[in-house]
Design a protein around this ligand. Structure first.
Ligand SMILES: [Zn+2]
Length: 256
């Protein structure tokens, strides 16, 4: 059964129980990592996904809490003998910085390093990111401090539509991206001056987009009380709401 595993649910400051926000999609034929922080190699081992199955990595934006573990992922995969190409997708703003970061490690001198293919996505709504046997993924720019994309994922086997906001203020692009989705995973960072949304606003977006279910992610965890988040989102959205937690597994099928 296609599934989404939440590998991290914290906003920019992680704690002992919550890694920074990132997640992995798994279908029958592929595994796609969405953002890359914390200890992805350890996490994948823990949930039983081999590094060799990892085919694609989508980076939503170039902030440390979303991309900082990419060099370590690449180095580990190389040391474990990977030979297959890894495809990395993101906006030009993100990928050119990622290439600079890898250049700082002199990765061109790592002997026998496997191919990495960077796919620079145009910054426009509804752009095709990738399509394989399991998933069809599109992206739209959302509104954050730096160029950032949200994702809309069609699960081919089940027809399930999953949308992930990444980091954004409430915006019409987000509503259009999420329109009619089975599940919207939306950030709920809250009391930040700019660039983020609260749980109340995540609920408003979910209601406006007419999604079936809302999962809150990217919330404050450091010495923070999280009990108010779901009720706050429920004050503006009448459908089911849940709080994403690390290692939560979500079946990507209708009626799950
Ligand atoms: Zn973030």
């Amino acid at each position: 059964m296609p599934r989404l595993v939440i590998l991290g649910s914290a906003s920019a400051v992680a704690d002992a129980n919550h890694e920074n926000t990132h997640m992995i999609l798994q279908g029958a034929h592929s595994a796609i990592l969405i953002d890359c922080t914390g200890r992805p190699v350890v996490d994948l081992q823990r949930i039983g996904i081999g590094l060799d199955i990892l085919s694609d990595l989508i980076l939503t934006h170039f902030h440390p809490d979303h991309v900082a573990a990419v060099p370590n992922l690449l180095m580990s995969a190389w040391l474990l003998g990977r030979s297959a190409t890894l495809r990395i997708y993101g906006l030009h703003h993100c990928l050119e910085r990622m290439e600079d970061m890898m250049a700082a490690y002199h990765w061109e001198e790592w002997p026998g390093f496997f191919p990495v293919a960077f796919h620079h996505l145009p910054e426009r709504e509804g752009v095709a990111v990738l399509e394989n046997e399991d998933f069809q993924i599109k992206a739209s720019p959302v509104r954050h401090y730096v160029p950032t994309i949200g994702l809309r994922i069609l699960v081919k086997e089940t027809g399930f539509v999953l949308v992930y906001s990444s980091d954004t203020v409430p915006c019409p692009e987000m509503v259009r991206l999420a329109y009619g989705a089975d599940l919207l995973i939306h950030e709920a960072t809250g009391d930040e001056p700019l660039g983020h949304a609260s749980a109340v606003q995540a609920g408003e977006i979910a209601a406006e987009a007419g999604v079936k279910r809302l999962g809150l992610i990217h919330y404050h965890v450091w010495n923070a009380n999280t009990e108010h988040l779901v009720p706050q989102a429920q004050s503006t959205f009448s459908g089911p709401v849940f709080l994403c937690e690390d290692f939560m597994q979500i079946e990507l099928t209708q009626g799950a």
